[in-house]
Design a protein around this ligand. Sequence first.
Ligand SMILES: [Zn+2]
Length: 299
Amino acid sequence: MDVTQARPSDDELLGAVRRGDADALEALVTRYQPRVYRFGLAMCRDPADAHDVTQDTFVSMVRGIQGFRADSTVSTWLYAITRHACLRKRRRRKSAPHGEVSLEALPAGEHETLRARTSSPEEALAAQEHRTLLRAAIRSLAPSQREVLMLRDVEGLTASDTAKVLGLSVAAVKSRLHRARLELRAALGPVLGTGSPNRGQPCRNVLTDLSTHLEGDLAPGTCARLEAHVATCPPCQEACESLREALALCRRTSLPVVPQSTQRAVRQAIRSCLTEHGTSPRPRSRAHPERASRHEGDR
Ligand SMILES: [Zn+2]
C-alpha cells in the first residue's frame, strides 16, 4: 500500500500491516500516537507514565495485530489497550500517594474567567490557558468519570464505542458521563464564571437533563419543557450555557505533540518486538528512498 497517496482507512492500514507492510505500520502508529499519549496522560496524570503507556500500547498492538478481530474498530481497540496499560500502572503505584489535583493548586491569576478573556487580543495565550485549566479540571475527576469523559467528550468516541472500551453497558456509560460532565462544569466553575454564590443554583436535574438531551436521549415532551423552563429561569440558563461551554472546550482540545523521546521509544520497542518474533514487516516503498531515509533519521 502506498500510504503517501489518499489517506487510507484504518482497516486498510491494518490489512497491510498484517501482510507485513512496514510503511502501513508506521502510518498507523503516526496516526494514533498522539491520541494514545493524550489519553494515557489524562489517565495516568504523569508524563513518565504516559511515555511508558504509549510504548506498551503499541507493543501490545503489534503483538495482537494478527489476532485482532474486526468486531471493534482500530481506535476502540487501541483505547482499550491503553486503558489496560494505565490500570496496570495504577495498580503498580498503589502505594504511591495519588491525591486529586484541584483547580486551587493552579498558580494565582488563572482563576479569572474565560469569558472575560475571549475578547483579549492575546487569544493564543488565552487558548493555551484554557487548555491548562481544562486539563487540571479533567485531572481532578475521579478515574471512572475521567475515562468516560475523555473517551466521549475529548476523544470523540460514540457512546457505544466508549462502552466497548470500558466494558460497560451504554446505559452505564451515559449515567457516568452525565455525572462526569456535571463534575467537570463544577471544577471549571471559576473559569466559566459560575463560581459566584449570588447567582443562585440551577433547578434540580436541569443539567442532567441537558446532558441527556445532548446525547439525544431526552423525550421530545421533556425537551420542550426543559427549553421553556430554561428560557425563564436565569440560574438554569447560566448553568446550561456553562455546561455547553465546558463541553465545547473538551471538543476543541488539540492533539498534544508527543515528546521526541517517546516517539523514539515507541519505534525502538516495536522494532525489538518484531525482531523477537521474527515477523519484521518489510518496507515496500522503494520508490521513495528519500522518505525511507528521513524516517531512519527520525529514529
Ligand atoms: Zn430553573
